[in-house]
Design a protein around this ligand. Structure first.
Ligand code: NIG
Ligand code: FE
Length: 406
């Protein structure tokens, strides 16, 4: 029996099985009903498969990887923050700008003023750029609305992106991202709004399956984060956390207590946080774009996380304030050069471990029989070239559920 699609004349970086990349050189891969039905050395393909597959893609010796998964983005936003970039280069810090009412709150103003269509059109451009880099799954957070209507507007835009593009979108509610101006000096009241109105409504509408928060001295405390997580748990939503980005708030330990999918940033995580991660299933998501763009000098403890066996994902953190980036490959390069990840770890960070960070590891993230046939095709001679290039894009095409994306 033939396949719906058969990929031939290619090398596979399966990101599963033996070796750093799970390489199968001179491989072939067959797709049936949108899923990987067979993969292996091309020499083991049956004559029947060769003769009776509906579509045969001869790939001229290029590399096939799982479609890239960007597991932490704030891709839905309006306007840029280039003005703040200039302020920072003239001496102001990210935290100072935030405390003076700028930063995230600037984007909140722009998002509140944008119509749903405007927000969609601006975000669509970024989603398309990501897709050109072989991204087939994208997490998108809300968190620039900070009131019910505007948070719903952002989440609906995220959903619309997933419906209109050959891209799986995983929406996350990040109501506890910053304190909106109308709640100035009343953070606990705002958290009450998040917990008693926003989370129940979003859960009821099915607009997000995960809840995130920003646990930081410029955002919310651990106790406030705990309330958010309790409200999420009460509605059956999963949790994840922006933790230890600027200081060690012990947020990761709290998140793990709630079975978080991931803890993200982690530059300032302490020994106790690493130990908690070591005993948990929670993924450490590192965001070298934000580290780089904010001129941070404290690196996340990659070696300790690795030694503790913590799965490490990486992500663009695409957002207007700390990482205006739509290139996963540039982020892979930064993860290697700035954080010391190996190129294989960097690719796992955008594939197998990114799938874990979204709880999608049974469906996505590796090339294995039974998984969804989401793949990226690269004009490279070795997988390490993905991390090696700076600002390049060797992506030739991507397949979503086995279908070549236009
Ligand atoms: O992941 N840390 C909080 N949130 C974003 C930044 C958002 C912004 O500055 O607009 C981050 O770095
Ligand atoms: Fe973020």
């Amino acid at each position: 029996m033939g396949f719906d699609s058969l990929l031939l004349d290619c090398h596979l970086a399966t990101m599963a099985g033996d070796g750093a990349y799970g390489e199968i050189r001179d491989g072939a891969l067959g797709v049936r009903d949108g899923r990987i039905a067979w993969l292996g050395p091309a020499s083991e393909l049956t004559q029947d498969a060769l003769e009776n597959s509906a579509q045969v893609l001869r790939l001229n010796g290029v590399w096939v990887t799982p479609g890239l998964i960007d597991c932490h983005t704030h891709l839905v936003y309006a306007d840029s923050r280039a003005g703040e970039f200039e302020m920072r280069l003239n001496g102001a810090s990210y935290a100072e700008i935030a405390r003076a009412g700028g930063g995230i709150l600037n984007t909140v103003k722009a998002v509140r003023e944008a119509s749903p269509d405007e927000l969609y059109v601006q975000s669509l451009k970024r989603a398309r750029q990501m897709m050109l880099f072989g991204v087939t799954t994208l997490e998108i957070k809300s968190g620039y609305g900070l009131d019910l209507d505007n948070e719903l507007k952002m989440l609906r835009v995220a959903r619309r992106l997933g419906e209109s593009l050959a891209l799986k979108v995983c929406p996350t509610f990040l109501g506890a991202h910053a304190l909106p101006p109308e709640y100035r000096d009343r953070p606990d009241d705002y958290i009450s709004l998040v917990c008693s109105e926003m989370i129940p409504r979003i859960a009821e509408l099915g607009l997000a399956d995960t809840v995130d928060a920003f646990c930081e001295h410029i955002a919310f405390s651990r106790e406030q984060t705990r309330r958010v997580f309790e409200a999420a748990r009460a509605k059956g939503l999963k949790v994840k956390l922006h933790a230890e980005q600027l200081s060690d708030q012990k947020g990761a330990i709290l998140a793990i207590e709630f079975g978080a999918l991931s803890c993200d940033h982690l530059e300032y995580i302490g020994r106790d946080g690493i130990e908690a991660l070591a005993g948990a299933k929670t993924v450490a998501v590192l965001l070298p774009g934000a580290f780089y763009f904010l001129g941070e000098t404290q690196k996340p403890p990659v070696r300790a996380l690795r030694d503790a066996g913590v799965p490490i994902a990486i992500s663009t953190d695409c957002n207007p304030g700390s990482s205006p980036c739509t290139s996963p490959l540039l982020i892979m390069n930064m993860a290697c050069v700035l954080f010391g990840l190996t190129p294989a770890e960097a690719l796992a960070g955008f594939t197998s471990n990114a799938a874990k960070a979204l709880g999608l590891q049974d469906e996505l993230g590796t090339l294995e029989v039974g998984k969804k046939a989401d793949m990226a095709i690269w004009d490279i001679t070795a997988p390490a070239e993905l991390s090696y290039g700076m600002g390049h894009n060797p992506c030739q095409m991507a397949l979503k559920h086995g279908v070549v994306r236009g």
